[in-house]
Write a protein that binds this ligand. Sequence first.
Ligand SMILES: Nc1nc2c(c(=O)[nH]1)N[C@H]1C(S)=C(S)[C@@H](COP(=O)(O)O)O[C@H]1N2
Ligand SMILES: [Mo]
Length: 332
Amino acid sequence: MLIRTDRDGLQHPIASEITPQGVYQDRRQIMKWMATGVAGAALASWAQREALAQQIQKPGKHAALASTRSTAAGAVTMEKVTEFKDASSYNNYYEFGTDKGDPAQNAHTLKTTPWTVEIEGAVKKPGKFALEDLVKLAPQEERIYRLRCVEGWSMVIPWVGYPLARLIEKVEPTGNARFVEFLSLADPKTMPFVGSRVLDWPYAEGLRMDEAMHPLALLTFGMYGEVLPNQNGAPVRLVVPWKYGFKSAKSIVKIRFLEQMPKTAWNKAAAQEYGFYSNVNPNVDHPRWSQSTERRIGEDGLFAKKRKTLMFNGYEPQVGQLYAGMDLKKNF
Ligand SMILES: Nc1nc2c(c(=O)[nH]1)N[C@H]1C(S)=C(S)[C@@H](COP(=O)(O)O)O[C@H]1N2
Ligand SMILES: [Mo]
């Protein structure tokens, strides 16, 4: 069944209108890789978008882009998709500054080609993936996920990527792999806040192995039918929709398979506020504020109602089983 949402009529600016030329060329290169080598409907639509992007380059024109959706349970929502301009201008990416507008202002310095992702630790096949090989490892799917930040706001974003499980299967974890750690790029030359003491760099996150293997955990290369904007974590990030946004590490350069639970950047910065699990949970307040409601970005007028935050961000039917028998107040 094809579910119609507001997404179908969505329009947003094409990359060339909102980014400097160098960044745009980086993205065009990645889109070419995505359009070659892998068969299937998703990639055909990538190729169409590429063609469309070439035709429409005049500032002020907007291109309506087609999309191919995942059929995985939980991969589509009936909710209105957040506008591209909001999703790409209201960001958390502390390597580029701590204000919501900083990443969009500053992340143009991030160089996303060439890019490699290194796989280390308890796997039979460790090594380095060039980005162009990583994007072709599995068919690209579009998934419309809510992303809920621990700060109390949320967005609905059409992500493009494939389940992280596809990569994990490929590198063949050993029996010792119980956790997966994700490390972001930390380049003081291109990232003005790396070196500041806000966080202990590189940005580090982690998942338990069964969480990482869950079909909703997405290794993400694009959004809104285009390659990720730098400020959203180009060229490859994680999206874990049932956890607070900070679990979804951006611009990943290393993935490590570990026996022990890894330390995460936010847990190191404030252990009493950010635990390892960080599942979206309206019943466990942040020590300094409630987590029971959220503000949807784009709806924040004076009279906009707050939304009730849902257990596991609304993905309880899909992921609840992962935490059966666990005390989620202790394991926050
Ligand atoms: N490397 C890195 N990844 C990161 C962050 C960051 O500061 N650095 N911020 C996290 C937080 S707090 C959130 S809410 C999401 C925001 O993703 P978005 O800007 O694409 O909405 O990215 C997460 N990933
Ligand atoms: Mo966040």
